[in-house]
Design a binder for this molecule. Structure first.
Ligand SMILES: Cc1ncc(COP(=O)(O)O)c(C=O)c1O
Length: 351
């Protein structure tokens, strides 16, 4: 079995852990911010730190309101429910996290149908999706209520979606009665790589879920942004799903700290990914953000041999490994990983 974010449980202390950017641990400064956070009962909307985080993220992404949720999965699934009714469908890429890696949640929880197109390695083509949209009011067809996009695209190796395609899809959707949901688990990486303002990405979606716990390094948390009306409905869905949290300002404080200190530095992770790619002979054009995909290698054997030398990599398939750079891997770690992986891949493939 090949997981997207895991190579199985186990102690990893001291290792250079490139399995995922979800593996970061809160920094000492982040922990201090958490310890000092002002808190209240957030279900009563009395947690000042959560309120501050929600206001800040809504503004950053150019939306009226926001909701702090425990995970990207909850942000995505509530986001989809806001823009799609039971019995309608969400259309997206076959490798989209929301449709393929969230355990069928949209169907299991909300009765949403989904349909997928096979994209060019995750890269968004507005026309490819538009061609597949099915109308409302047909006697037989499942109406397409929403289109889900992912930026950066995880299975696409961290690729940044072309702004022109996002714009074209959103412009088209206005006249078509179709909503757009953005899975922005790594939209901060997209912003750091492309220079496109976060508000531009945000405004090209009706609902967007953005993660604080990926490249930004917070231990927990995502934020869903949308109109004030939709976020009021989202608050009810979050409570129904058991996501109503209490003195959760301690976690929101980590998110605020990450927004203050960990956005600019994503460029460093991207530079580290490029360095790794260069040293491993991976085409640097395939490395747009913080992920390096190494193809045509015996993934389980590479993972095992690298682990024995203290370097952890993700196995995406039998012949593909993935390296994700992040806050907890510094330049020395990158050099060490490059050395170990060059040797291991060389020995196992003869290249
Ligand atoms: C693209 C993408 N979307 C959503 C998620 C879900 O986030 P979470 O693990 O916080 O539920 C992930 C997790 O890695 C992801 O990679």
């Amino acid at each position: 079995m090949y997981g997207i974010d895991t190579d199985g449980p186990g102690s990893t202390s001291g290792a250079v852990d490139l399995r995922s950017d979800t593996l970061t641990r809160p920094t000492p400064a982040m922990r201090r911010a958490m310890a000092e956070a002002e808190v209240g009962d957030d279900v009563y909307r009395e947690d000042p730190t959560v309120n501050a985080l929600e206001e800040r993220v809504a503004e950053l992404f150019g939306h009226q309101a926001a909701l702090f949720v425990p995970s990207g999965t909850m942000g995505n699934q509530i986001g989809l429910r806001l823009v799609c009714e039971p019995g309608q469908e969400v259309l997206g890429d076959a490798d989209a996290h929301v449709l393929t890696y969230e355990m069928g949640a949209a169907a299991a929880l909300f009765g949403l149908s989904s349909r997928t197109v096979v994209s060019d390695g995750g890269r968004l083509s507005a026309d490819q999706l538009i061609e597949q949209v099915r109308p409302h009011g047909d006697w037989h067809l499942t109406a397409t209520a929403a289109i889900a996009v992912e930026n950066t695209h995880n299975r696409g190796g961290g690729l940044v979606q072309p702004l022109a395609e996002l714009q074209r899809l959103f412009d088209w959707s206005r006249g078509a009665g179709v909503n757009v949901h953005l899975d922005g688990a790594r939209v901060f990486n997209a912003h750091a790589a492309s220079g496109v303002p976060l508000a531009t990405y945000g405004r090209l979606a009706d609902t967007a879920s953005v993660c604080l716990s990926k490249g930004l390094g917070a231990p927990v948390g995502s934020v869903l942004v949308a109109s004030a009306e939709r976020i009021a409905a989202a608050r009810l869905w979050r409570k129904r799903l058991g996501g109503g949290m209490r003195q959760v300002g301690v976690l929101a404080a980590a998110g605020l700290h990450a927004l203050d200190h960990h956005v600019e530095r994503l460029a460093e992770d991207h530079e580290h990914a490029r360095l790794l790619a260069e040293q491993l002979g991976v085409d640097p054009a395939t490395v747009e953000t913080n992920m390096v995909v190494v193809d045509d290698v015996p993934a389980p054997a590479v993972a095992e041999a690298a682990k024995a030398q203290g370097v952890l990599v993700g196995q995406v398939s039998a012949r593909r490994v993935r390296l994700v750079t992040h806050l907890d891997v510094d330049r020395a770690g990158i050099d060490r990983a490059a050395k170990v992986l060059t040797q291991v891949v060389g020995e196992l493939t003869g290249r």
